[in-house]
Design a protein around this ligand. Structure first.
Ligand code: COA
Length: 280
């Protein structure tokens, strides 16, 4: 299968199961390690292309998003730090006015990632700052190494976050903590990020990939139809009030009772079998 790779984006496919044909999960690596994987125009275009490719594929069921590991430094030079993504590429901000930025940020790739109708997991090893924190917040689940750091330092550039942190970070960590992060620009270490709800799990760097890939496989083995309905329904909590959200859930939940996968899952449970989903 062709993957939408570019100079700044690697995409690897991994089977969901070694035993059965359950399709794949994709691991997408933002690949600018010398610039701490900062989001320049090329990265954003590539991220959009990956999201469109994911939407169109029946075979690829889960997306893992990560940043490239540092390159070996030239002799005598210090190694660059580990980074998921250290933010939007600040060099592209120099001299830019509101018209340019409005155009660049409207319907941007982080929104495409957020709107992807398949499960997404951010695999964070190192700095997740500014746009990097926002890419992570646009994924459904975040798993980080214990050497990772999160933050929204835009205030130090005389800015505020522009890829959705004022909304999505706030939903994860709450009003007070989001304000603190956005107003101070202070960095939040991984363990604190876990404590405040920004990160689901924190593991040692050497265990990160195995932990994330195991979760991608676990999620990828479920009914894709039920996963999609579940994601849409949890999203309703963000867009609607609680009462409307519960009503949306009731409709989605009842709707799944007409799906083949519900009957397959229930019968498999009763027969003590592993379900073989119609919607893999
Ligand atoms: N945009 C463009 N380039 C960036 C970048 C960004 N957001 N973040 C890091 N880089 C580049 C640096 O300019 C440097 O490039 P160079 O080696 O060609 O000079 C390289 O990545 C390594 O970064 P450096 O600053 O030397 O690493 P460090 O270990 O001293 O510091 C950080 C690491 C993350 C603290 C620091 O890079 C930083 O503060 N980055 C900006 C974070 C930010 O404000 N993000 C929000 C942007 S809206």
């Amino acid at each position: 299968m062709n993957t939408p790779e570019s100079d700044v984006m690697k995409v690897e496919l991994h089977p969901i199961s070694e035993e059965e044909d359950l399709g794949f999960f994709a691991c997408m690596t933002i690949d600018r390690p010398d610039k701490l994987n900062a989001l320049n125009a090329d990265v954003m275009a590539s991220l959009k292309a990956v999201c469109a490719w994911m939407e169109a594929s029946d075979e690829v069921r889960v997306l893992v998003v990560t940043g490239a590991q540092p390159n070996q430094p030239p002799e005598g030079k210090r190694a660059k730090p580990h980074a998921f993504v250290a933010g939007a590429d600040i060099t592209e901000f120099a001299g830019a006015g509101s018209e340019v930025i409005r155009k660049r940020f409207t319907n941007n790739a982080v929104e495409a990632l957020w709107n992807l109708n398949k499960p997404t997991i951010a695999m964070v090893d190192g700095f997740a700052l500014g746009g990097g924190c926002e890419v992570a917040c646009s994924c459904d689940i975040r798993i980080a190494s214990d050497r990772s750091t999160f933050g929204t330092p835009e205030i130090n550039l005389g800015l505020i976050p522009g890829y959705g942190a004022t909304q999505r970070l706030e939903r994860l960590v709450g009003y007070g903590k989001a304000h603190e992060m956005i107003m101070t620009g202070d960095m939040v270490p991984a363990e604190e990020a876990r404590r405040i709800g920004l990160v689901n799990h924190v593991v040692a760097p050497e265990d990160l990939q195995e932990t994330v890939f195991a979760m991608a496989k676990r999620i990828g083995s479920k009914s894709s139809h039920a996963l999609r309905v579940g994601k849409e329904t949890v999203r309703a909590a963000l867009d609607e009030g609680l009462t409307d959200g519960v009503e949306i859930e009731a409709i989605a939940f009842a709707g799944l009772f007409d799906s083949e996968d519900k009957e397959i899952g229930v019968q498999a449970f009763m027969n003590r079998e592993t379900p073989v989903w119609k919607h893999r």
